[in-house]
Design a protein around this ligand. Sequence first.
Ligand code: A3P
Length: 285
Amino acid sequence: MAGEYFTYKGVLFPCHDYTPEALSYVENEFQVRDDDVFNVTYPKSGTNWMLEILSLIRCEGDPGWVRSVPNWERAPWVEHKVGLEAALKYPPPRLLCSHLPVQLFPKSLQRSEAKIIYTLRCPKDVLVSLYHFSHILRFVKDPGSLDSFLEDFLSGNVTYGSWFDHVIGWMGLKDNKNFFSITYEELQQDLPGSVRRICRFLGKELSEEQVAAVAENASFQSMKGNKMSNYSQLSDKYIDHEKGQFLRKGICGDWRNHLSETQSQRFDTVYQEQMQRLGMTFPWD
Ligand code: A3P
């Protein structure tokens, strides 16, 4: 099954971890609760970083939980075969993750007060991070050359579909009081300030010491050294640990080290065409 895919409502998913039945269940039957907090991203946008921040906020900066429970158990992925089972058993209030585009997200969100935190990242860095990640993940097809992967990415022929559709779809909720968006670049620029903004959105009051503890324990170095957050415990069935690490570089602008001028211009052309639909600017524009 490794490297095999199916499409669900036009979006690509690897057969290894997803089924059309589970995706349909999540979309149509999964019951979102008012006290749910969802960490939503397009892949490689800082999902696990935000998961760590949210886990630490929940514990008021105490690193006990993040050092003793693997991140995928702290906040299961609802659309995964395994994550869905964990989400259904999770005692409320739940912390959940999802990479689903908005049109495939549980419909029951519309009738709930659940909070969505949507993290976005410079799409050229997403592309580069995803390219490297695709080499170490066992159940996805070989990404091929960067040139061909770039075309797959720009046309949405990758797991979870088009970055543009994902961002434009979710940012359609930006005026909703239960929706909060932040960029990977803002987290990099000012992590304690970002933590304070997230706390305000969640209605969680932390002291300055607790905010500092969240930022310290969610730093790249702390996460890299924490086996509950760095995926070193994930079975070799999923990740080829010899080929690379999940926490790869953790920087902004790494695309400059990988994309040629021609590839970058090609990206910009499609970006400008696609993003006209949204009419918003981001730190990387
Ligand atoms: P790179 O491959 O560019 O290093 P996701 O969690 O959505 O899969 O995103 C993974 C990306 O986020 C990887 O990017 C990873 O290194 C980066 N990342 C994870 N934790 C981070 C942290 N604490 N600080 C900065 N970047 C982090």
